[in-house]
Ligand binder design. Structure first.
Ligand SMILES: Nc1ncnc2c1ncn2[C@@H]1O[C@H](COP(=O)(O)OP(=O)(O)O)[C@@H](O)[C@H]1O
Ligand SMILES: [Mg+2]
Length: 204
């Protein structure tokens, strides 16, 4: 009976990071067949925690309290007062990483008074992004954002989305719309527009 689960992989090396439980993680050389086993499954909470542990272990820091979680990943504070987000899927991870790289390249640390996390590090095997901790008013979560190419939607879909955003954000919608517009000017096209990700009000 297989009592390990896969928390990370390096296909080129044929290496897998395996875990017994949250405390015990090691990297082993295994057959390539096993790579697919871990890679295509959505990670469980335990796998996410294990990935975070591998990440912090290699950087000689530790995990502190959870900061939040969503559909695409889980976020924890670290002992160097950064946030690490471990993502379930490679495509979401690459979107998030690439947006943070763009923001860093352009020196963006706030948009319309909302703090933007600063990229501190990332790991392409573990699908972990490390960034500064932000508090509202702030923006988080670029895992669904498109870089440079904006997907096109039919006008009725766009109109329905706008209506939904107006309801979600109420009187803060004009500010949120400006933030979305400024990000688009940086080639960052937000798709996951929610009150959890765009926290314009202090205490939100
Ligand atoms: N840099 C950060 N600083 C503080 N809290 C954060 C940070 N990033 C994320 N969070 C918290 O974690 C929650 C989930 O993160 P998020 O990036 O939205 O994950 P998902 O992509 O799964 O929706 C956020 O709503 C927020 O509360
Ligand atoms: Mg989110």
């Amino acid at each position: 009976m297989l009592d390990y689960y896969v928390v990370g992989a390096d296909l080129a090396q044929g290496e897998l990071a395996l875990a017994h439980d949250e405390e015990e993680i090691d990297v082993r050389r295994v057959g390539r067949w096993a790579f697919h086993f871990g890679f295509y499954m959505s990670s469980s909470h335990k796998q996410i925690v294990a990935k975070c542990r591998l990440y912090v272990h290699s950087r000689k820091i530790d995990i502190l309290e959870p900061l939040g979680r969503g559909d695409q990943g889980e976020v924890f504070a670290t002992t160097r007062r950064t946030a690490i987000k471990a993502l379930h899927h490679d495509v979401d991870y690459r979107r998030e990483r690439d947006v943070y790289l763009r923001l860093r390249e352009r020196g963006v640390n706030a948009i319309r008074g909302c703090a933007v996390p600063q990229l501190q590090g990332f790991d392409d095997d573990l699908l972990v992004v490390e960034m500064t901790i932000v508090r509202p008013p702030c923006l988080v979560d670029f895992a669904s954002a498109y870089l440079d190419t904006r997907p096109e939607f039919p006008p009725d879909v766009v109109a329905a989305e706008q209506m939904r955003h107006r309801e979600t954000f109420g009187e803060t919608w004009p500010l949120v719309a400006e933030i979305i517009e400024q990000l688009a000017g940086l080639g960052i096209h937000l798709m996951d527009i929610s009150a959890g990700n765009i926290r314009v009000s202090v205490g939100s």
